[in-house]
Design a protein around this ligand. Sequence first.
Ligand code: DO4
Ligand code: MG
Length: 297
Amino acid sequence: MLKTGKSDHSRYLTTMPFRIYRTATSVLIESHEAPDIFREAPKDFCFNSLFNSEEPAGCVASAYESGSKTNALDFSSLMAPIRDQEIWAAGVTYFRSRTARMEEAETAGGDIFYDKVYDADRPELFFKATAPRTRGHGDKVAIRSDSSWDVPEPELTLAINKHGKIFGHTIGNDMSSRSIEGENPLYLPQAKVYTGSCAIGPCLLIDDVPEPDTKIAIEITRGGDAVFSGETKLSQLKRSFEELAEFLFRSNDFANGAYLMTGTGIVPESDFSLKVNDVISITIEGIGILQNEVEIV
Ligand code: DO4
Ligand code: MG
């Protein structure tokens, strides 16, 4: 049965929505009711206390209430909205991802695994990054020096507290080497996990999970010119958010909660590969824009 990104459990918010931004020195909170006004959270509020809370929305609401007003947010000083959370990712959750991966793995005889996992009960979940390897808005993301075919993967990314409850979401970029993954599916960790392979941001949005018609869009520019653009909708996601979170937390615990990327529905045609200095902009309605330039590592 086709499941969409929306389910009965998606309305969990007990407060108004908030956006949480991290800078080098502070955590800033913006309320849905007072856009563009940022309050600095008290010093005992951090991403660990948020992800460890049983009621994260309430935790943000009280930090906002007792926070102090600040000047406008400087978007050039943003950091990834993370502290000690692990970042995991789901794969082959959109038909487009299944098809593109079957093409890239055909020569190696690996295509059948992508076909099977798309329809299987158990989703593909893999470890993606720890905080030190994660980049924020405005940072550089990376392609590997031993890879010849590279793409960004724009993905709605769930924030899940240590009790397994989804309480918010952000934008994620699951940078991937198609040449390494295509050579052999067992090389997936090398295709997916390396310095600069993961970006999240610009903020963590505390809100109900977005509606199925929410758009995810990407644009890649090279020397100022668009070289790729694409978009999809969350309604194209085959599995529910709760299903993905439930599998992630099955027989596993997360001392400080986790982020879970929900898979990509946008894969450029096979003749496209990222180049150094390309600029990747990913937009998800309601969250903002995550923009990163590409470097090589
Ligand atoms: O199967 C490999 C990874 C898939 C993935 O990252 C995605 O579909 O987004
Ligand atoms: Mg992905």
